[in-house]
Design a protein around this ligand. Sequence first.
Ligand SMILES: O=C(O)[C@H](O)[C@@H](O)[C@H](O)[C@H](O)COP(=O)(O)O
Length: 225
Amino acid sequence: MTLEFVEYPDREMLALSLAGKIASQLSQHLRGNETASLCVPGGTTPAPVFDTLSGTEQLDWSRVTVFLNDERWVDGEHPRSNSRLLRRHLLTGNAAAAAYVDLYTGAARPEDAAAALAEAVAPHLPITVLLLGVGNDMHTASLFPGTAETGLALAPDAPLVMAVNSVADEPRITLTAPALQRAINTHLMITGPDKRAALERAQTLDARDAPIRAFLGDITVHWAE
Ligand SMILES: O=C(O)[C@H](O)[C@@H](O)[C@H](O)[C@H](O)COP(=O)(O)O
């Protein structure tokens, strides 16, 4: 178990380097396998990585399946939709050839869609490249600190996909620990001093209170001010 911490001089360098690393890990996997999967966060931090990655020509995107770590239960055109972010920044250019498993199905409630989404995601596991984000509260995906839902989602026998209703704003859907922890390559992207401090704090806490902790095994953390 190795946590590698890479510090970049600025966010642009971080985005370029991380996009290159993700593309090369996907390409390397495709040399020995028919298909590869890429699972990414939404939120505000990763767009520059997506912009660079989507332009990667040396990758056979038609053999890559993309899906999110988690999604807010809103229509795909809603400003808070993570799919909207992906369509604008990642599933475009060369990467438009990738397959996409949309975690928002349009069902009335995320719990109505969780079982079908678990079936849709299962063939793409283990995830070839997992990119995670983290909040200042140490949440990752939609696993929020101290909730009963997070306790269930971190269990080794959790379903692969679960609804999350214990957060403000809208309900969400999230991949769980059994889906995320088995990834072949895992990266965490963070920017700014607050997230760095949150990550340091998480290492002293239990995963239920600091969900990112559950993924700090073999991982590369990419940080820029
Ligand atoms: O939909 C989401 O909110 C994400 O998937 C979530 O896990 C995100 O990575 C963190 O909240 C960090 O978000 P920011 O990048 O906006 O700080």
